[in-house]
Design a protein around this ligand. Sequence first.
Ligand code: F6R
Length: 612
Amino acid sequence: MCGIVGYTGTRQAYPVIIKGLKRLEYRGYDSAGVALQQKDDVTIYKKKGKVADLEESIGTSNVAGTTGIGHTRWATHGEPNDKNAHPHYSASGKIAMIHNGIIENYAQLKSELSKKGYTFKSDTDTEVLLNFIEEIKTNNECTLEEAIRIALKRVTGAYVILLIDNENPDTIIAARKGSPLVIGVGKGEHFLGSDASPMLEYTKEVVYVNDYELAIVKPDELILKNLGNEKITPYVQKLDLELAAIEKGGYDHFMLKEIFEQPTTIYDCLRGRLDATAGTITMAGIQQYAEQIINANRIVIIACGTSWHAGLVAEYIIEDLCRINVEVEYASEFRYRNPVINKGDVIIAISQSGETADTLVAIESAKEKGAIILGVVNVVGSSIARASHAGAYTHAGPEIGVASTKAFTAQLTVLMMIALKVGYMKGSLSNERYRRLLNELDAVPEKAAWVLNHHEHIKAIAEKYKDARDFLYLGRGYNFAIALEGALKLKEISYIHAEGYPAAEMKHGPIALVDEHLPVVFVATKDVYHEKVVSNMQEIKARKGKLLAVITEGDEISKSICDDVMIVPETDEVIAPLINVIPLQLLSYYIGVAKDCNVDMPRNLAKSVTVE
Ligand code: F6R
């Protein structure tokens, strides 16, 4: 959350920063701002709202300068308004700073500074840290770099900070702990970003800055140091990402593009790993820890939000195919409740961004207690990927729509491959079932494309139900988590209240909500529970609820009971969640669009939750 951009070089910094901020807007869009070095001054422009609002407010003001920093905010401390927007000036007006993260002990620092006579223009923790840095610089008569180092030793929390001042021309000083920072290395220029998207068209050479590192960035020089002032050699990596991957490519929204990319992203995820003809699954990271996984007493899956739903599907599949006990944990709960972790426990951390603070901290503490950490992560080189012992990337490409779609199906694809591989190696999965499931998984890209081809039908359903006040989503077994995911997507995108429940649990409470106004969406594809789910649908119909369902092609009985159906091709029940979620993603998208919601940037949300 919060996007940060920096540039120093020979180009004009402002257009590079604005373009970069627009690419990072998925990380927060409460306010935006830039600071530019101009002659002996630092000039700040900032505004509540989106980057476009900032541009409009700047109008024809002077934005000349070849060194600058920019920020797009997801508010933590202080409401979204102009004064809380970043960058902030230090008390002297000589230093400007942007920040992504939370300074946990800011109240204590603020009271120390207040006693010394400091006053604050904003309600942010950022301004406190900046003044704390300036206070040290003045008191110790040291350089800005030295002052930052001293200040950061006193700070608890997570941060990426970027500073420019009027004493260090053409220089950006950056530091990180717990929030992401990438530096792009160009010829006579450097780019800084929360991810690599702001620098894609300029350079493919990047350095991922690690926690407790400080970067002194000039056009021709990049110096990395630790907080002990020792130099570190920057490790320059080559980016494997094209510009087209972060553009809308003719779609109205990133979310729609990403939903439609799924046949390709699932295929990319399977490619080079699953060979249905040979009957093999090649996953080096999993192979490396295969023995430990097979012999594990339990597997603990840690994730948040949509990734947690992928974990829930995986729980059912791993227990079924591998006969290993699986627990699925919300990262935020797991990390604070002193969980029992035994040496040799296997933890699977699932994360699209690889930067979710709760997940990251949870795996770090489990790692200290001797657990093996396997990461199922989308963003290559991200913090969770680096903190894991091994794992598998999901290869879904950049996901820019704030609501997760293609990353979810890629996570399911990876988790299904892990379950199949481990189950087969362990011998808990028969050769015949293994082979059948490999073939079914192999066929998913084609079946996903089939579902997407029927999008107009789902759009018509969305029009019909867009004015409902509440929705209930129900599913059993493998489809229970898909019901939860369907409900989450609808909430996020359309702001309609929606709840997901296990279908049979409905009669223990939620059935009281059912009347002729309530749409109830069943994930009711053919599986071992199917007859029972049909009975649950009858129970809703008897109470005049509006019945919608995702059903298997050819299921005439379900079709005859329902008001509306979304049809998917037949597949094995283990693989079905991967296909069944797609109509629900489309339903949420079209309802969101019909209600004129900003589906790519839903209110209050941000894509990468780097605060706890
Ligand atoms: C929902 C959504 C969020 C994320 C959650 C975890 O559409 O995107 O619920 O799934 O914030 O994020 P990652 O997977 O990046 O750890």
